[in-house]
Write a protein that binds this ligand. Structure first.
Ligand SMILES: [Zn+2]
Length: 127
């Protein structure tokens, strides 16, 4: 049996947002870069969606979320800035692999970092 679904029967879960033409053009330009293509973002809609999600992840954090910042005296690359949710830890510094980067790894493995977490009475989610 073949089920036919007409376009009007499919309820869309999308709605439109208006943006200035200049922003649309920048999204379009970005989607044509090698970086964007490597990320799998091949058109302006995909770039806009990824950008919105990343922004929300960074700034619209849940109330029961803890932000943990630990400066590194030797190397700024090792400075930790994460949001700790009930079920996951998200790095605020890394663009990709935000839950599996060296900063998140340090929370679970580095003795010094773990002692700072303990002092701050922060309990990491199990993984
Ligand atoms: Zn990171």
């Amino acid at each position: 049996m073949i089920a036919m679904v007409t376009k009007t029967e499919v309820k869309s879960t999308f709605s439109a947002v208006q943006l200035p033409r200049q922003v649309i053009q920048r999204l379009e330009d970005f989607s044509n870069t090698e970086f964007s293509k490597k990320k799998g973002l091949t058109n302006k809609t995909q770039v806009a969606r990824a950008a919105c999600l990343e922004f929300l992840e960074k700034y619209a954090v849940e109330n029961d979320t803890t932000r943990f910042v630990l400066p590194s005296l030797e190397d700024d690359e090792l400075r930790i800035d994460v949001h700790i949710f009930n079920d996951r830890v998200v790095c605020n510094r890394c663009i990709t692999d935000k839950e599996k980067c060296k900063h998140v790894e340090a929370l679970y493995k580095d003795k010094e970092v773990k002692s700072h977490l303990k002092k701050s009475k922060i309990i990491l989610p199990k993984r």
